[in-house]
Ligand binder design. Sequence first.
Ligand SMILES: *Cc1c(COP(=O)(O)O)cnc(C)c1O
Length: 374
Amino acid sequence: MRVSKEIINLVPYVPGKPIEETKRELGLETVYKLASNENPLGPSPLAMEFISKALHDLHRYPDPSCYELKKEWAEFYRVHPQWVAFGNGSNELIDLLIRIYCEPGESILTSQAAFVAYSICAQAARVGVIETPLTSDYKFSVEHLLSEIKQAETKKIRLLFIANPNNPTGTYLNKQELETVLAAAHEHENLLTVVDEAYVEFVRAQDYSHALPLQERFPRLCVLRTMSKVFGLAGLRLGALVAEPKIIDYVHRVRNPFNVNSLAQAAARGALKDAVYLKRVVENNAQGLDYFYKELKRLGLQYCPSEANFVFFDTGRDAQKVYNAWLHHGVIARPVKNYGFTRHLRLSVGTKDENERSMRTLEKVLEEIPESSS
Ligand SMILES: *Cc1c(COP(=O)(O)O)cnc(C)c1O
């Protein structure tokens, strides 16, 4: 059977190593997974309460319009419900936007080391990927993005993806930088911009700007949010797109009718009401990041200040060796070789205990492995 070359060349998404697999393979009793930017505090108790009630209706198909959730979600974020569509994780919405707006032979634009889902979904749709180089401090390069945007027509660039803050680097574009890029993109009628704000609730930088208020000025701006990170519902798969109704309408035509299951809808409604939990999650994250910075400094390692729930740092060594040795100490970090980084690792913020355990063991690992220049 014939298969297109884009599919043959597709490098599959590599998820974080699962806890049970690590225990089994290495014969370890306790394993800490700080590899997938998951919420270390577990799901919100209110989300679980809502799920218990929804269990009685599992024989029914879910509400395909997510009516109640949409109403409450839109209220929470002060947007119009007609501007909202949900997906099976924001990953599905990325996939749908590419399928809707790009044809084979056309391209998406993003940065090197941007969240890998953009390029995987593009390749699967036989769509090209143009990646601008990062700045020396691992940020998206406004200068390079602007120069590509200028060529949007000739290069047939249909979608621009900006993860703000970005995964795996944790870096962000500030208000002025973001607006500069959005304004340039807005000049091109056939170019849509997607700002992916998966980590927005964790941001502490004063000069950061949410993208939602910018939609008034830039109507072709799409904003992605997820329930996977601060809301702690990664296992249920729920993401949201905020975009003008014309765009939302196309998403509804293309998506599967029951793409968001009933437990996800119920849990999300509970999680949105749980302000106490959200506050705890954000506080735990800030404390965890500050602790990581202090320890990484003490260990003499360079890191990117992070606006998300993980830290991206230079091990000063072959990262694969550090990853393996760390694994033997029961800590699962995330290799970022697939993004082109051979000395870096990404580590998610865990509970206080997980954070301390990970830094104590990292110190041992670094002693075991000599520094190297590549
Ligand atoms: C984790 C993450 C998401 C969330 O994906 P879901 O499919 O909603 O779980 C989206 N974008 C970025 C940049 C992420 O890191």
